[in-house]
Design a protein around this ligand. Structure first.
Ligand SMILES: Nc1nc(=O)c2c([nH]1)NC[C@@H]1CN(c3ccc(C(=O)N[C@@H](CCC(=O)O)C(=O)O)cc3)C=[N+]21
Length: 297
């Protein structure tokens, strides 16, 4: 391996430590405790683990955590009522509705019912529009975490060629917006892109967010490029059991790249750290206080 491994786990711990410091100052100076509400509909075991981790880290940062677990057959109107209550609850500064929702619930409708200033996922159409037009928004956690790691790695990203593989609303599109804002030349690639390998080889920054295990191999990578692996896929291990892999084939990509994020221990921990950072930011904005530095895009 020739690439430097970007330690997302360590970086996330630093971000959380900064959040914790700022939270304790908020409490001491203003008597305000930032609060995050997480809504989980149905009983997906993987989601439950993830929600539990978020709750734990929220409390470790000194914030209040409100968990709402609803039955899989919860009606849309009951879910919208809960969101309305959270929108009106002054102790709640951030609201996250865990996705995907069960099929009978309209995800767009539910997400757009969240008050935009409490939308710590940055998925509400108002925040999407604010980000796209360069206005102050809530920025989606996973792309924000990727951007923080890229800025740490490179300082300025100005003029770099960035290729984002994947066009989802939660990662690909907002990632492209953030890279464009930092003056990269951005291309979004997807399953229909012609000669995707050759396109990816033009990238100084290559972000893989497609949800296909180990799709991006070393021959897709420009020598010295920075590779950000957003994928979190559980695959069968030879000889039984499972393991987590990204959308990048780590071993072959690490032979060519200049720097690369691992899975686990890369983008995942940064996503949760940015969720906490966004909750703090939302709380500061709600109270007309200055925003924390270095935690926003
Ligand atoms: N509204 C909404 N917002 C989300 O941000 C959201 C969501 N819904 N639904 C589910 C996905 C998934 N997600 C993860 C975040 C961190 C790790 C993470 O920290 N992973 C560890 C590994 C954890 C393990 O070992 O299983 C790592 O990559 O190192 C994983 C998954 C956020 N999601």
């Amino acid at each position: 391996m020739t690439a430097r491994k970007i330690d997302g786990k360590a970086f996330a711990a630093k971000v959380r430590a900064q959040v914790a410091t700022e939270v304790s100052q908020l409490k001491a100076a203003h008597g305000i405790t930032p609060g995050l509400a997480v809504v989980l509909v149905g009983e997906d075991p993987a989601s439950e683990v993830y929600v539990r981790n978020k709750g734990k880290q929220t409390i470790e940062c000194g914030m209040a955590s409100f968990e709402h677990k609803l039955a899989a057959d919860t009606s849309e109107s009951a879910l919208l009522d809960l969101i309305s209550n959270l929108n009106n609850d002054p102790q709640v500064h951030g609201i996250l509705v865990q996705l995907p929702l069960p099929g009978h619930l309209n995800e767009d409708l539910v997400i757009n019912a969240i008050a935009p200033e409490k939308d710590v996922d940055g998925f509400h159409i108002s925040n999407v529009g604010l980000l796209a037009t360069g206005q102050k928004a809530m920025v989606p956690c996973t792309p924000l975490g990727c951007l923080m790691m890229l800025r740490e790695e490179h300082g300025s990203l100005s003029g770099m060629n960035a290729v984002v593989v994947g066009r989802s609303n939660i990662v690909g599109k907002p990632m492209a917006q953030l890279l464009l804002r930092d003056s990269c030349t951005v291309t979004i690639a997807h399953s229909r892109t012609r000669d995707i390998e050759a396109l990816c080889r033009t990238a100084d920054i290559l972000v893989a967010a497609v949800g296909r295990p180990q799709m991006v191999t070393g021959d897709w990578v420009k020598p010295g490029a920075t590779v950000i692996d957003v994928g979190i896929n559980r695959i069968e291990k030879e000889g039984g059991g499972t393991r987590l892999v990204g959308d990048v084939d780590f071993d072959s990509a690490a032979e060519v790249a200049g720097a690369i994020t691992p899975v686990p221990g890369g983008v995942g921990p940064m996503t949760i750290a940015c969720l906490l950072a966004n909750t703090l930011t939302a709380c500061c904005r709600a109270n007309g206080l200055p925003e924390p530095e270095g935690l926003t895009a």
